[in-house]
Design a protein around this ligand. Sequence first.
Ligand code: MOS
Length: 694
Amino acid sequence: MTTTDPRLRPVAIGRALHRRDGLDKVTGRARYAYETEADTVSYACLVQATIALGRVEAVDTTTATDLPGVRMVLTPFDAETLTDTTGELAVLQRPDVAFRGQVVGLAVADTAETATRAADLVRVTYATEPHDVTLSADRTDLYAPEKVNPAFETDTSTGDMAAAMANADVTVEQTYTTAMYHNNPLEPHATTAHWDGERLTLWDSTQGVHPTRSAIAELFGLDPENVRVICPYVGGGFGSKGQPHVHVVLAAMAARANPGRHVRLALTRQQMFALAGYRTPTIQRMRLAADRSGRLSGIAIDVVEQTSKVEEFAEQTGVPTRMMYASPNRVTTHRLAALDVPVPSWMRAPGECPGMFGPEVALDELAEALGMDPVELRIRNEPETDPESGKPFSSRDLVGCLREGAARFGWADRDPRPRVRERDGWLVGTGVASSVYPVNRMPESTATIRVDGDRYVVEIGAADLGTGTWTTLAQIAADALGVGVEDVTMDIGDTRLPNASVAGGSSGMTTWGSAVVSAAEAFREKYGPEPPDGATADGHVEENPAEDRFAMYAFGAQFVEAHVHRDTGEIRVPRLLGVFAAGRIINPRTARSQFVGGMTMGLSMALHEQSVLDPRFGHVVNHDLAEYHIATCADVADIDAVWLDEDDPHVNPVGSKGIGEIGIVGTAAAVANAVYHATGVRVRNLPVTLDKVL
Ligand code: MOS
């Protein structure tokens, strides 16, 4: 084997290689968690609470267990005791019901159909208490969490916002809301579990095998060495598979109670609406103060959102306002209502995604009040350094994104007046908004590189959610080793491989990629250009010392053309363009898919998605894909993503910034702004539906 001196010359990096796992996936050869091969299989099906608050008084399982083929029914009165009896994962630990849809039983049978029938036959008697599921900004029990996700300050205040508002030439003071949203990855959450003595193996659809192992080992009081989690393929996660939810625990419990058998448990689409996390609805009170020239003197966001009484999750909705624009006076606050609802969690760009809706629509309102172009207004408020930390940006090209986008989109001739363009009964408008996402690096990861015959094998327990990790890590490894990418074999998705962080916060390429580069450097140092068969070296990555000196973010700009039918209010988006400055792009094919996928999800958030919680019963009534509308092919017309060349030597050795989430950020605001420009109707509450523009 021969390596050439690389110093990371991008040879494989930058090539639009096909996904290595693509053929296996489209031909059905890729095995997902639920399809794991096994001889003796049982199936588990959940029993969910039909009340929103109270307790289980009794469970009658006799009819269910009398059914031929039923192995058992687990209830809160006989399930094994876990080390945690209160948090989200403490399933069947107590008879209390904290939200509608919570798991109160589990039927295990020899076929999936029998398990489903058995679950239906379980009779649960409840003592019901009055529940409380309605979020509003007027609640008297709102509280400030200690931190917001994952560890940001809850509130920040710089300067004197009230004085800025009092002394401003122009102000905007409005309240914006985003809806509750549910992640709906193509592959529902699924686990196959098997115990061999004290050793547990989980084939789980997860964004991180090692984090799942840690959580499950702790819950069952096991040595992590005795837990193996395997996950080569994931049919999407978007944050909902970033942490294990109760189905993983239940699969493990059921398998332990059925020694020798593999137990399969998949959430149905409807069950996912109670048990896999969701994005909290948000209420954002915005204040902007500016002088006549459009320079912001004040920007404030006061956020109200919900959490669960079971466990706290505080979405960091106000965080992007802290760093986005230059403004000497800034206030951001977060208040929560703890309701009788499931635990909110991560959904693509938690924080930035909802948190750029209010500010970016408010800026559009400010631009109009000033009679200024909204692109120019944003450029005018470009900060020289990070307003929050005072650090310089490692690189920041929001202005480049706005200018490039404006040029490509044909923004120059835009008539700013609303509701003056009509074509064949359709009102036509255009809108813009900015995007941002931090460059996140997870605490640690390790990669191993070894020579096996004529292959370089790269091992790391990383995840590929459909994002392209199988392919892009191989590209990074090839360039770091100075070898052909076709000579590199990747091995990911198994806790037997070196420890890897969660695929979350768009951190994968930064964290795992840095570990791979570090392993390649160690490998080359150890063996020189002629490594022998069996040669092996590890690389480890921890924090980036440059983070002390630089603020690190990716930026983007979204441009939207909206058509709104004058009579019916039907809203179409024929054109959506995103321009991004996100460091070096490792693979244009998979990158484009991330950007366009994020933008599609943002379009979907703007026009279609909304989880409707029925206050009488406490559940999401539109809990399937027939009624929880997501953008379909017919809703997505000309959607394109481009990126600017950006060389950032500080973020990581590859210079990549993370692109999985930024595409969704800003898109909904750009759509709402375009709809305003078309109709003259300012919709401040997502989704933008036809009833709101008529
Ligand atoms: Mo993403 S919501 O950080 O998986």
